[in-house]
Design a protein. Structure first.
Length: 146
């Protein structure tokens, strides 16, 4: 029922990203390395966020293909995974992983501006040729004449 309300055929909006987080993300925890002393050995502070891209009911087919083709976080099984172990607490790592997920997902759907071809200006060409001429003259003066 909720999927009918959520699916928007337009671009991936903030609301749809929130719905993905609410309904389709799964969280994994693991022991992390780094700072923390004994805390590292006892508590699972490393947090992973996973989204099964192909089985998502919120994403359209085009969005699924975009995520799979563009993202570096998608595995061979087509699962979007982001891990975070930067902080000492699981809660902070969870927040950080969610923020990374949001930012990365948004960045996949930003369209790049088309490049406008430009030409080198006449002044720049003249300056380059003058500098080449000067360095050539310097090298000519260094030569020993017999």
């Amino acid at each position: 029922m909720y999927l009918q309300r959520i699916i928007n055929r337009g671009m991936l909006t903030e609301q749809r990203i929130n719905d993905i987080i609410r309904y389709e993300l799964s969280f994994k925890t693991a022991l992390s390395g780094g700072k923390g002393g004994q805390n590292v050995n006892k508590v699972e502070t490393k947090v992973g966020v996973e989204l099964d891209v192909m089985n998502s009911g919120i994403l359209t087919e085009d969005e699924k293909q975009t995520i799979i083709s563009k993202s570096k976080y998608v595995s061979k099984e087509q699962i979007f995974k982001i891990w975070c172990e930067k902080h000492r607490t699981q809660l902070q790592n969870k927040k950080d992983a969610l923020e990374k997920f949001r930012i990365h997902l948004k960045s996949l759907f930003v369209k790049a501006k088309p490049r406008k071809p430009t030409k080198v200006s006449k002044a720049a060409k003249r300056k380059r040729l003058e500098s080449k001429k000067k360095s050539s003259e310097k090298k000519q003066l260094r030569k020993k004449l017999f």
